[in-house]
Write a protein that binds this ligand. Structure first.
Ligand code: ATP
Ligand code: MG
Length: 555
């Protein structure tokens, strides 16, 4: 389906109406990550939505780091998030922005609210505040400090700023309504004392705005037209609107919520992903088993497949869980069309072609891709000794087994038909080699005696190949909902999520593989060079995904 034919999602409908009716002149969105971890597949959906609508409707999208919580934030995360957004194929408008860029303005607005009699310094402890707040069935009560004068509040707030109080001694709150049915509206805190340095502002501040006080106002400063976020912020919208209505802001953005992307067999919470990293259950944020953008990239996912997946998942207000096989489908579709073909033997078994002269060499030619002439051809050295996969040979087998069997024929992909004569075993009876013969004149042709080969197997020359390591990945969790209902995700970590194979033999065309090139290793799956652990001396390939979905068959 072309872009123009696709039905609009509810956000697109709102935007196109707003533009048509002239309620909004230019569309402006933003993606506002908190730099407290690496981005994951859930964030990809928000990125695709925010940048996607901006591209579609001729608008712009900002990248804003929502950095109001200095305790958990780090520059490393800022850099990784920038790289991930770029890699996904999106361009933010102008420079990157930080909520902390607006700390001066937010501080002024806090003073404005005090002067308007709409904010007060409250000395209730956290514990006391909780009791004063009431609950969903009971109204809260006013803080005894709510009646402080404007002058007193101004002095106290300035003392907070100057660091004259310890953390937790007091906070700045807005006067809304302690009996409001929406708990968010019960005089929320807008400034807290936190005596910590900030990665952007250093030691300048020891008071920091709350998320709610910063978020909408940052949107207003940037003149965001549609502030798109996930459903858990729906309850915060009245507060968002209250700030916009009660402050002299330069624009009046609107917040719209959509449902979070949840994927089965996957955890999408930075906090939980951080735990996997910190406790060493995975090898870093970019471990290829992680649902982070950087992990998926290293695993061999493509930006196009991730964007397609986010598109397929759709944008709604209904919470649900998307089947991970949809993501796997998206990557297979992309790589089937675009990945160059190659052969790599994962469990090598040497085959000696006894009727092939020892000093003879040939070069076979194979297409780079069966349907893509633009991917050229590959040259495959061929000689008397080759490797095939251990799984592709049996001494005897029934008719269903269409590979190499003693006395039977099989075609070597892009090369001769061969027939096996005998196996060679070590002292323990393990098969360590096979003697076979080529059937003359069968490259690209059927044999003259009319006895065809039943199957086709992959192979590489034993003399000319690349020794490599191959890492096979499986889902990180064995349970569909690893962290649902208070379950400990660590209980369902898949012990077989990584299998490392060494001594694999790849065809020589892979000598120049880079971590940007995707390959289909014929009959084995889709692979990419590992961007981190590979070196010129040691090639390591990651399996992005198998050729077919075998997960259900396993269980
Ligand atoms: P996490 O729980 O993983 O820490 P978060 O919502 O706290 O996620 P932020 O950095 O605040 O992470 O998120 C940036 C943006 O990405 C927000 O607008 C948020 O709504 C959106 N987002 C986060 N997770 C998802 C998800 N699973 N699906 C869709 N959007 C998401
Ligand atoms: Mg958050």
């Amino acid at each position: 389906m072309s872009e123009a034919e696709k039905p609009l999602n509810f956000i697109q409908k709102i935007i196109s109406e707003d533009l048509k009716e002239g309620r909004v002149k230019a569309l402006k969105t933003r993606f506002p990550p908190e730099p407290n971890g690496y981005l994951h597949i859930g964030h990809a959906k928000s990125i695709c939505l925010n940048f996607g609508v901006a591209n579609q409707y001729g608008g712009t999208c900002n990248l804003r780091f929502d950095d109001t919580n200095p305790e958990k934030e780090e520059v490393e995360y800022v850099e990784s998030i920038k790289a991930d957004v770029k890699w996904l194929g999106f361009v933010w408008d102008g420079d990157i922005r930080f909520t902390s860029d607006y700390f001066d303005q937010l501080h002024e607005w806090a003073i404005y609210l005090i002067k308007e009699g709409k904010a007060y310094v409250c000395d209730l402890s956290q514990e006391e505040s909780r009791t004063y707040r009431g609950n969903l069935t009971e109204a809260g009560k006013d803080s005894p400090y709510k009646s402080r004068s404007v002058e007193e509040n101004l002095v106290l707030f300035e003392k907070m700023r100057l660091g004259e109080f310890e953390e937790g001694v007091c906070s700045l709150r807005v006067k809304i309504d302690m009996a409001h049915p929406n708990m968010q509206m019960r005089d929320p805190v807008i400034y807290r004392i936190k005596k910590v340095a900030h990665h952007q502002t250093g030691d300048k501040w020891c008071i920091y705005p709350s998320y709610d006080f910063a978020h909408g106002q940052s949107d207003a400063i940037e003149e965001i037209s549609h502030s798109i976020c996930t459903l858990e912020f729906e309850e915060h919208r009245p507060l968002y609107d209250w700030f916009i209505a009660n402050l002299p802001v330069p624009a009046t953005p609107h917040q719209y919520e959509f449902s979070r992307l949840n994927v089965n067999y996957t955890v999408t919470s930075k906090r939980k992903l951080k735990l996997l990293v910190d406790e060493g259950h995975v090898d870093g944020w970019d471990d290829p088993r992680m649902p982070t953008i950087s992990g998926m990239r290293r695993r061999g996912f493509t930006p196009a497949a991730i964007r397609e997946f986010c598109d397929m998942a759709g944008v709604t207000r209904v919470d649900g869980v998307v089947d991970v096989s949809m993501l796997e489908f998206a990557i297979r579709e992309d790589l089937n069309k675009n990945a160059a073909r190659a052969m790599c033997v994962l469990h090598p078994l040497k085959v000696t072609l006894t009727n092939y002269p020892e000093d003879k060499k040939e070069t076979m030619t194979a297409p780079g891709h069966p349907q893509r002439d633009d991917l050229g051809t590959r040259s495959l050295p061929f000689g008397r000794e080759i490797y095939i996969d251990q799984d592709d040979f049996r001494e005897a087998a029934n008719k269903k087994y269409k590979r190499l069997v003693i006395g039977k024929r099989v075609r070597l992909r892009n090369s001769y038909i061969i027939e096996a004569d005998e196996s060679i075993k070590d002292e323990n009876g393990e098969i360590i080699g096979v003697n076979a013969r080529i059937i003359e004149n069968t490259v690209g042709k059927n044999p003259e005696d009319g006895i065809k080969a039943k199957g086709v197997i992959h192979w590489v020359s034993a003399d000319d190949n690349i020794d490599c390591e191959v890492r096979l990945y499986d889902r990180l969790f064995t349970e569909e909902a690893p962290d649902a209902g208070g379950k400990d995700m660590l209980d369902s970590i898949n012990p077989d999520s990584l299998q490392v194979l060494t001594g694999c033999k790849a065809e020589v065309s892979l000598a120049n593989a880079t971590a940007e090139d995707h390959y289909q290793f014929e009959r084995e799956g889709y692979f990419i060079l590992d961007s981190k652990d590979s070196s010129t001396d040691k090639k390591i390939f990651n399996r992005t995904i198998s050729l077919r979905d075998t997960w259900n068959k396993k269980s």
